[in-house]
Design a protein around this ligand. Structure first.
Ligand code: PHE
Length: 361
């Protein structure tokens, strides 16, 4: 009996001492982390209460339930004191925040994240599209995986044209495609002409821009590159209209007074066809003559685009009356213009997407 009493007494003493100690420690804890550490010292597995629990062994079985209940009450007291102090700590932190000096709104913002911007090819694309939009063209679009018919056949490419070779085109199998309808990654944006002319009626003037794909890979050719294509169809559209549009475009791109020259050329879907050069904007003298430079290879001219009068067969393939309507079309590479615009020597730099390179534009 005496043993039990002294064990009970020891528990009571232990709890009393612990009670004073933890209340004091909780009150001194200045933040949540310190408070949690203090709570663990009391209630944790190796905590002080566990030591007191060890004393239960010395208590008579009949007295144990009462002693256990006493310890549970103590535990609850600890938990209650803990959550009360935690609330206090939170309130104090909030008060300190509210009574502190207000944020200095004039401080500069954090800039370490940096600000993104459009890729130089996208910037150039948008600049070119804006010129044609100003000239009255609508903006259309087509898919990058294209039917052979839209990319070649309706554009009057003969079936044995070298561009259709395995060497030049990426042919792809499309699940669920119509049997016999071959598909490829479009080799040029001229396919959009076919789509637009097959789905709309003249008068129409449309430009479109996007990625095109060819089996080409060297300093100035990439298997994926970008083109802008434009065309206009109406009654009485002539080569003079083409010259006017191309001339206006060159002046807006390279500056007022930029001359253009037309060289006869061949594309299956135009007749006549031409390639157009613009006076080199990099070595032009104030009087309009050219000094000759590396960019234009001393010629004073830069290749600008391919163009021509839309072949009547192409109009017919799209269901447009070629007796009534005529039209012109042109196409140019965006990447080359971007390279000239920013002085980029290697087309691959455009597609490696190295932030150290891209952040310069
Ligand atoms: N599609 C031609 C090419 O990729 C460019 C072009 C477009 C030529 C329109 C004439 C008319 O080379």
């Amino acid at each position: 009996m005496a043993e039990t009493e002294s064990a009970l007494q020891a528990i009571e003493n232990g709890l009393a001492a612990l009670g004073t100690r933890f209340r004091d420690a909780f009150a001194k804890a200045e933040n949540e982390q310190a408070l949690r550490v203090e709570q663990a010292k009391v209630l944790g597995k190796k905590g002080e209460l566990t030591a007191v629990l060890g004393l239960l062994k010395g208590v008579l079985p009949a007295d144990r339930p009462a002693a256990g209940a006493r310890i549970n009450v103590f535990k609850e007291q600890v938990e209650q004191a803990f959550s009360q102090r935690l609330k206090e700590i939170h309130r104090q932190a909030r008060d300190a925040e509210l009574s502190a000096l207000p944020f200095d709104l004039s401080l500069p913002g954090r800039t370490e994240l940096g600000r993104g911007h459009l890729h130089p090819v996208a910037q150039t694309r948008d600049a070119l599209l804006a010129i044609f939009r100003d000239l009255g063209f609508a903006v259309g679009a087509g898919p990058e995986v294209e039917l052979e018919a839209n990319n070649f056949t309706k554009l009057a490419f003969p079936p044995d044209h070298p561009a259709t070779d395995m060497q030049d085109s990426f042919w792809v199998d499309v699940a669920g495609a119509q049997p016999g309808a071959r598909t490829l990654l479009r080799t040029h944006t001229s396919a959009v002409q076919i789509r637009e002319m097959s789905s709309h009626r003249p008068p129409m003037a449309v430009v479109s821009a996007g990625s095109v794909f060819r089996r080409d890979d060297d300093l100035t050719h990439s298997p994926m590159f970008h083109q802008i294509e434009g065309f206009m169809v109406d009654e009485g559209v002539s080569f003079a209209h083409l010259k006017a549009v191309v001339g206006a475009f060159a002046e807006r791109l390279y500056g007022p007074g930029t001359p253009v020259r037309f060289r006869p050329s061949y594309f299956p879907f135009v007749e006549p066809g031409a390639e157009v050069d613009a006076g080199c904007a990099f070595c032009v003298r104030p009087d309009g003559s050219h000094a000759g430079c590396r960019v234009c290879k001393q010629s004073g001219w830069l290749e600008l685009l391919g163009c021509g009068m839309i072949h009547p067969d192409v109009l017919r393939h799209c269901g447009i009356d070629s007796e009534k309507y005529t039209g012109f079309a042109f196409g140019l590479g965006i990447d080359r213009v971007a390279m000239l615009r920013y002085g980029i020597p290697n087309i691959r730099l455009l597609f490696e997407n190295d932030p150290r390179f891209l952040s310069q534009f």
